[in-house]
Design a protein. Structure first.
Length: 205
């Protein structure tokens, strides 16, 4: 592995990024540097070696006497191995967080389904397959309508650049049309689908 590749910062949290960082760590461990190699070296000195090796160009390395060259590379790889381990832990925690958020979305959508099918605990009230199919298709239709209306409402609220500029990264990540607290499962709603396609009609309250 080239030194430049070992120096590269990790990409966004993903399985591909974790594989890349693991590959770097494996290459460092292949050097089999003794764990106590720099135990007698003060941390500040070790970090200075590491920082020097991290920024020097390859042609500058070649100018050093062999003992200094080996020392710089060994110090860099020693500290870099620790950094890679910390990076992998951070990536794993970030991936776990993203997976948990995805599971939360699924769980929330299940709550939406329970909200829509409020009768009999959300269970099918018949054993007839054709009636179950019709009931499921109706559920999907209501889901689609709910998401569609919510999306238009969110777009209406955020169409102002001033409002968009206020959103943080966490706010944007939390945007979802899977909302139902503002709706009621009772009664009927009359929608003007032609007006909705234009996106400027009055949305139901």
């Amino acid at each position: 592995m080239l030194l430049q590749e070992l120096r590269a910062d990790p990409g966004p949290a993903s399985l591909e990024t974790m594989e890349q960082e693991l590959d770097k760590l494996d290459r460092v461990r292949e050097l089999q540097l003794p764990i106590d190699l720099f135990v007698a070296v003060p941390p500040k000195v070790l970090q200075s070696f590491r920082q020097r090796a991290a920024v020097e160009a390859p042609y500058e390395f070649r100018r050093h006497p062999e003992p200094l060259l080996i020392t710089l590379l060994a110090a860099y790889c020693h500290v870099r191995g620790q950094d890679l381990t910390d990076t992998l832990v951070e990536l794993l925690l970030e991936l776990r967080h993203e997976i948990q958020e995805a599971l939360n979305v699924i769980e929330h959508w299940n709550n939406v389904n329970d909200f829509i099918r409020f009768g009999k605990g959300g269970e099918f009230a018949t054993n007839q397959l054709d009636e179950q199919e019709i009931s499921m298709l109706a559920l999907h239709l209501v889901q689609i309508c709910l998401v569609y209306i919510n999306t238009l409402m969110i777009q209406r609220v955020l169409e102002s650049p001033d409002r968009m500029s206020r959103l943080t990264k966490e706010d944007r990540r939390g945007l979802t049309p899977l909302l139902f607290g503002h709706t009621t499962p009772y009664g009927s709603f009359r929608l003007d689908m032609k007006g909705l396609q234009k996106g400027r009609c009055d949305l139901p309250q």
